[in-house]
Design a protein around this ligand. Sequence first.
Ligand code: FAD
Length: 739
Amino acid sequence: MDLSFTPDQDALRGATTRLYAKESHGERVREAESTGFDQALWGAVVAMGLPVMAMPEAAGGAGATLTDLAAAVEVHGAFLGSVPLVETAVTARLLARLSGADDLLAPLVDGAPASIALLPAVSATAPLVPGAAVARVVVARDGDRLVAATAPTTTARRTLASLAVADVDLTGALVLAKGPEAIAAHNAALDEWRALTAVAQAGLARATLDVGVQYAKDRHQFGVPIGSFQTLQHRFADLHTRVEGSRLLAYEAIWALDEAMPTAPGLAAQASWWCGEVADEAAGFSLHVHGGYGFMLEYDVQLHVRRAKATRLLLGNPRHELQRIAERRWGTSAPDPATVVAAATARPTRGGMDYRFEPETEAFRAEVREFIAEHLRPEIIERAHATGTMHDWGFHQALCNRGYLASGWPVEVGGLGRSAIDQCVLMQELYGSGAPIDGLNIAAMVGATLLVTGTDAQKADVLPRILAGELMCCLGYSEPDAGSDVAAVATKATRDGDHWVLDGQKMFTTMAQEAHYVFLLARSNPDVPKHKGLTMFLVPMDTPGIEITAVQTMGGERTNITFFSEVRVPDSARVGEVDAGWTVMHAALVYERTSANWGEPDRLVEEMAGWALAPSSDGTVPFDDPAVREVLAQATTELEVGRLLLFRSAWLSSLGEMPQVEGSMAKLHITEAFVRASSELLHLLGPDGLVPGSEAGAVLGGLVEHAFRHSVVTTIYGGSSEVQREIVAGRGLGLPRNR
Ligand SMILES: Cc1cc2nc3c(=O)[nH]c(=O)nc-3n(C[C@H](O)[C@H](O)[C@H](O)COP(=O)(O)OP(=O)(O)OC[C@H]3O[C@@H](n4cnc5c(N)ncnc54)[C@H](O)[C@@H]3O)c2cc1C
């Protein structure tokens, strides 16, 4: 996996940015509004060779990839370029693929603009074709023929945004292809348009969000920058996340087209829908943040709003794109799964951006799947759901024997030394299988913290037992009055000679009923700021004075309330320095790279797709219902964005970086998408969906009903969505603190 540009692509992007900053700033975009075309910008774009760069050299192009071109198109989108760059590039590539179209290509190679009709012709007229008002050549689909109109007769149409839109008269147009060949050629070109336009929309979304964020930092009301208001910050954080996701998805579609991946058509449709949606939303919110000023024509943000919306609508009703996604993902045009796997495991054919995993990672995934098939028996999952204890000692030990508890730890300390990406793959496979791994997660986290901050004695005593799967821990952080604000814990740690006395109450101590130790955060000094007066302890659960009370939850997980009354522990139970508990708590972050659970919601969507494709008892097939396809398409696209955010974070870790905002974005997006998906998917089942897995006849063994009950808590523990938004808004966007 590589999500970076090559040096050449970086250079191209830099040069394009300089060009557009000079030739496509707000004033120039306004000047071009009446025609939708900026001749000087077009001249500069042609001089750089952008429109035909991604054509084969033999056809007069530069033989560049779509990814190369996309590096420029993203900038074009960000600066609202008033030229048909994408349309010309797509038309040129289409013509280069057809035999006998050389004469049509010649003017394009010489710098003439061209375009492609996105909608089929009606009565020999291609309607509302972007760029057609200035195009020398327009390619269109007329029935089952692919035709080209040269020097076409056009009727320019004024639209919401200036995109040189025109109706094109196709009378006398040249026939390029007929029948299935024509339809396939047009569809392939449309997918390139979809993916490149998605990149442009991602560029626009980023630009409009930056404008909004800057305005929110500069504009003061009530004596503070408006960007310090949490309502604005949280919307910005969501949009920052969605915009990052849109860029990742747009480039994934482009990469897939470059590599002729079987998933490319599906990804192009996903990118088209998602990036259009996000650009629209980001521009709309930026406008809103500008208050009344955003509506003044002097402000650029209204241009963003128009362009984002208009670009989206050129293809038709955006919701129809969701039907296309479902069809391409699961319908009759879905690729054969075997070809998808083969392509995913093929060796990269070129350098630079690559969304495939390394062959070693794929081999590791296969090994993990084998392990799960061998060790995760159905009764283990059933028992976990029946008791609420998401842990099974036998399965846990098997995981530990295989080294999976410490897959990312260095080999010298008993780990497998695997990359962050491999760790992420492992966790997603486990989550996706439904394995009860709360114990694994907690023990791994405590072990990793001890590895960094534990004493030699603690390491020697505890770590080997954690690694062997013999020893379980629970986390004693939360308290009745310290949840999100965990530094507010009140459990007292009082020094008594070479001992400490612990008094207090912990909430939600999951796994306490199985644990040998509690990793306890306590207040050792009440006289200093709250973060500075905390100390961490590793307390044996059989110490006198500890009592636990079971708590059952809506999601079926058992957790506990744990009481500590005059619990005496030696100073050797302290982890880290006195009053340094806050630092100790965060030490495990070094190994905590891949916590978001994408595997579970992904499985949910796939299982529901299987349900939708199978005939129901009345003989109908749910997948034939557009409402069903829409929900599935939306869920799978949101989750693909989540997967990309998650693996981007893991990829950054694998480069030696310490992603924080990226991890928060992944967690925020995936958990919120999980909640939406489980609710919407449950609706599809109607009353049948209400039956839990414990009852006979539950659809998919009650999977969706359980997901509905369980998904919400994923937006709470591990740092609630609001806490993640605070991180994204503050550290990611630099918005001023609000507390
Ligand atoms: C099933 C389960 C298992 C758990 N396991 C453990 C465990 O093993 N060990 C452990 O220590 N804890 C555990 N927790 C606790 C969990 O970490 C907390 O629930 C979580 O940190 C939130 O704290 P809280 O429940 O007190 O909610 P609060 O912090 O009171 O939050 C209530 C609401 O206010 C919002 N909010 C809070 N602060 C802000 C803010 N600054 N801005 C905007 N909104 C805000 C929150 O997002 C939330 O929506 C578990 C919880 C559950 C439900």
